[in-house]
Design a protein. Structure first.
Ligand code: ARG
Ligand code: ZN
Length: 895
């Protein structure tokens, strides 16, 4: 399977089918921490009992980078042995008390897994396998225990001491130390354990939920950041109300805490009652955060809160079931954000944004060397499987279930799921079964075994559709053929259950009633066809002229749809479709078609977009009935990554040049419209981050970008000057950053002074400085200037490779988000990438392995990129002492 260099140890693959129940249960855990950055002492007292339903065997406890001082069984020194990282004890009674005393060194923990120090504050991250870096344990999600935690630390340095659950005791200790004792009333797996200790302040709010219970909500941050916590707190309050209203799931704790840290591998973590967040997803005020930041905070706060039920109350049996909680919880946070929208248009905007993420990140994953099913069959390092497939595709699978059983039916299914499995560690099968069992007369129930292929088969299905109109019979027949390309380890795929939301439009754009052959009545619009066969057809009657099909409305399934639309049909959909998603999609298809033609042509790209397309975009911009946010999405061209996915052989420079030419064309051809758009939308009054005014800011920001781009072509200096003024006067970060970005991306000379000023204003705001780095590292390449700039940025005093947010803002913005600058004919981008993967791997394997994914699609590249990219991967793979994380990624890339 995996090719390894001689002498290098083969990392062990963990396989789903090897699951066995634990030989022991841990009922209670009593932890005492003496917190010290250099040497933290952990006393762990557990009650264990043999699991009579297991195959038996000795007790094997996981550990990682721990110093073991003492092991006592029922108070007596016990004989034990070490097998690799495991502590093994034989000859145990059926039930006993185990005491383990260890130490660890949080200040040297640059992996940010387990217990670590960030800005003189202790934090933990235990998912998936970080708890074993704190103490020896059965570190697996199906072992659920009751936790009591005592924290002891210097009071002046660590005044705030937090852990899961309720504070039951606290007080002074000798020598300026103090303690706090926490008891979590709920049993939980070790990955949900958390502690925080340091100098923090909290925004507090008390709420009474519908059940009439009072709760204390707290958002903990560093002292200077309290003025940036209002939005996170509001988002938490909204989340609590929403879960109670939509799914009947109440907050089950007296106290719910969120704590922010600036050193974090991921977005956030749902530890029971003590969510720990990357500052990026907590801190916001109008001066420092953009509308996008506000939106992300709302959905991440929601996401972690919703895990309290879908993750904490009901958790995963093993890590192969990760999507059980992640797919479901992403679905829930998507629904939450949509339900907060004021109207259907704003909901559609959210849906389009979510689908864009799926198609630009998950579809490539599903087509590349790391392709894996929503429920994987094996892994070497579980951290590598916190992927867009587990999260976003997993959410689409849940969404399809909702489509098949209806919104109410899905709510009943959720109720049954929590009723059946509260307090348990379960599987994706259990979830799907509950949704189906609550809807026995549904298609989902009838098709459940086949539907579950979405969990077991990797790869994005392709759905080819053709339509034929019979004028004499007045019928229209749609034929669908589905297929799915092989993925690693899965050469053959069986047909999926694909719900296709369909509408038919007359050629003048009117919505047609849908009546199938043999039916007595018509549906007014949009119906769900459920595909189950490799090939299937549907005939509609009473159709007076060849219709335009609107297929996959709302993106009702995560598939690639091939339908040979004429340009005229796409223009009809773009102008008229009742479904905003397919309206947007029609515009994307038109732009993509032009891009692909121009990429294939041999001439320099000019006039890539035709008059009909430009005219349609003009109509969209002028349409008084369309929201600004929607217009901004329609006018955004498909990304370079998305375009690349449509091609068999990828020349990133060619794609970049063509897309830039298209942008210049939109800028110049619609110059008058952009001026009008800017004038009409740039004043949004007092700042609020609501979707309507955010949409206006997005569209006016886009207008500025195009106006500066057009100015670059014509030599005009008026708009760059106005943009600089806008940058200086802006009353919020969204407008300020959009203006800055317009100057930087057009390469205008004024960009330099704006960048300098931006840095000077925000030098003490780490998250804003991340934006400053990221904008430059992600800017369009002109003559290869970005790579030298990136190297220079890494020497900036504010740069630190150890801080994940900062590393991402420079290195990832260049390597993973700027294909036109990264894929250099001289291969210098790839050499830089391999150096950074190697450098990061020694510090933080999770961050390194993420960066290593940046060349996943190397085999699609045209020469000379292809060979050079492969060489860079080989160079990384050849390093001795590579982490399991990075090894797994590069070995799969080369397999
Ligand atoms: N459960 C967290 C969330 O999605 C993410 C934790 C990721 N941990 C990791 N080791 N990759 O909300
Ligand atoms: Zn999650």
């Amino acid at each position: 399977m995996l090719q390894l260099r001689d002498g290098q140890e083969q990392p062990l693959a963990i396989r789903r089918e090897d699951y066995v129940a634990p030989a022991w249960w841990i009922d209670t855990v009593d932890l005492t921490f003496d917190l010290d950055p250099a040497k933290t002492r952990v006393l762990n007292r557990m009650r264990l009992r043999r699991n009579p339903d297991s195959v038996g065997g000795p007790l094997r406890l996981d550990g990682d980078e721990l110093n073991l001082a003492r092991v006592l069984v029922d108070g007596q020194g016990a004989s034990f042995r070490m097998e690799a990282d495991q502590l093994v004890i034989d000859n145990l009674p059926d039930s006993f008390e185990l005491e383990i005393f260890t130490t660890c060194c949080p200040v040297k923990n640059t992996k940010l897994m387990g217990l670590f120090v960030s800005e003189n504050t202790f934090f933990t991250q235990c998912e998936a396998e970080g708890f074993r870096r704190i103490t020896y344990f059965l570190d697996r999600p199906d072992v659920m225990a009751s936790y009591t935690v005592t924290l002891r630390a210097d009071k002046a340095a660590y005044p705030v001491l937090l852990s899961n659950g309720n504070l039951v005791d606290s007080g002074e200790l000798p020598e300026g130390r103090h303690f706090a004792k926490w008891v979590d009333p709920f049993r939980k797996p070790s990955y949900l354990f958390a502690l925080v200790a340091g100098k923090l302040v909290a925004r507090e709010q008390r709420i009474t939920t519908r059940a009439g219970k009072e709760h204390l909500l707290q958002v903990y941050v560093r002292a200077g950041d309290l003025d940036k916590t209002e939005h996170a707190m509001n988002s938490l309050v909204h989340s609590i109300l929403w879960d109670e209203t939509r799914f009947g799931l109440p907050l089950d704790l007296d106290r719910f805490m969120i704590v922010a840290t600036s050193d974090f591998n991921m977005g956030a973590m749902e530890n029971k009652g003590l969510n720990i967040f990357n500052t990026k997803y907590v801190l916001a005020n109008q001066a420092t955060a953009t509308d996008a930041d506000y939106g992300n905070i709302e959905s991440v706060v929601g996401h972690e809160y919703f895990h309290n039920w879908s993750g904490d109350r009901v958790t995963c049996r093993d890590w192969f079931q990760l999507s059980l909680k992640e797919g479901l919880t992403v679905f829930r946070d998507q629904e939450f954000s949509m339900d907060l929208c004021a109207d259907a248009s704003a909901r559609a905007v959210k849906r389009i944004e979510d689908v864009r993420v799926l198609r630009t990140a998950q579809f490539p994953e599903d087509a590349g060397p790391m392709a894996h099913p929503v429920r994987p069959d094996s892994y070497i390092e579980i951290s590598n499987f916190y992927t867009v497939t587990i999260y976003e595709k997993g959410a689409e699978v849940v969404r399809m279930m909702q489509t098949l059983v209806g919104r109410k039916g899905f709510e009943h299914g959720m109720s049954l799921y929590f009723k059946r499995h509260d307090g348990q560690a379960v599987t994706c099968d259990d979830f799907a079964q509950a949704i189906a069992d609550a809807n026995l007369d549904s298609e989902l129930s009838r098709l459940l075994p086949q539907f579950k292929r979405w969990y077991s088969q990797a790869g994005t299905p392709r759905l080819a559709a053709t339509g034929s109109y019979d004028a004499d019979a007045r019928t229209y027949t749609l034929r669908f053929t589905q297929s799915c390309a092989p993925t690693p380890g899965q050469p053959l795929k069986l047909p999926f259950v694909i719900p296709v939301n369909l509408g038919l439009l007359a050629q003048d754009g009117r919505e047609l009633p849908l009546q199938r052959d043999g039916e007595s009545e018509a549906t007014l619009h949009t119906r769900t066809l459920v595909l189950t066969e490799a090939s299937q057809q549907f005939t509609f009657v009473g159709i007076d002229a060849e219709p335009v099909p609107s297929i996959l409305r709302g993106f009702s399934a995560p598939v690639v749809l091939d339908f040979d639309y004429t340009d005229t049909q796409l223009l009809t959909l773009l102008a008229n479709d009742l479904d905003p998603f397919n309206r947007w999609e029609a515009g994307q298809r038109l732009a993509l078609r032009s891009a692909i033609q121009a990429i294939a042509a041999s001439s320099a790209p000019t006039a890539v977009l035709d008059d009909a397309y430009i005219g349609a975009m003009r109509e969209v911009l002028r349409d008084p009935k369309l929201d600004a946010a929607f217009k901004e999405l329609v006018l955004t061209l498909p990304s370079e990554t998305y375009i690349a996915e449509q091609l068999d052989v990828v020349d990133p420079q060619r794609i970049h040049a063509v897309r830039e030419a298209m942008r210049v064309q939109l800028a110049t051809a619609l110059f008058v419209e952009w001026e009008q758009v800017y004038e009409q939308h740039h004043d949004t009054g007092a700042y609020t981050p609501d979707p309507l005014s955010a949409g206006r800011r997005a569209l006016s920001g886009m207008a500025l970008t195009f106006l500066c781009l057009a100015a670059g072509e014509s030599g005009d200096t008026v708009w760059p000057g106005k943009t600089l003024q806008r940058f200086k006067d802006a009353g919020n970060m969204t407008d300020r950053f959009n203006a800055l970005s317009a100057l930087v991306s057009s390469g205008h000379a004024l960009a330099a002074q704006a960048l300098a000023r931006f840095h000077a204003i925000f030098k003490n705001e780490a998250l804003v400085i991340d934006k400053w780095f990221s904008l430059q590292a992600g800017s369009p390449d002109r003559g290869g200037h970005v790579l030298p700039l990136v190297k220079q940025l890494m020497k900036h005093p504010d740069f630190s490779v150890k801080n994940p947010n900062r590393a991402r803002s420079v290195i990832f913005s260049y390597c993973s988000a700027n294909p036109g600058a990264f894929h250099r004919p001289d291969a210098a981008g790839y050499v830089f990438w391999s150096d950074r993967v190697i450098e990061l791997d020694a510090i933080n394997p999770q961050v390194a392995a993420r960066l290593a994914r940046g060349l996943d699609r190397w085999s699609k590249l045209a020469e000379p990129y292809r060979s050079a990219a492969r060489e860079a991967i080989v160079r990384v793979a050849a390093r001795p002492d590579l982490s399991k994380d990075t090894q797994e990624v590069v070995q799969r890339a080369l397999a």
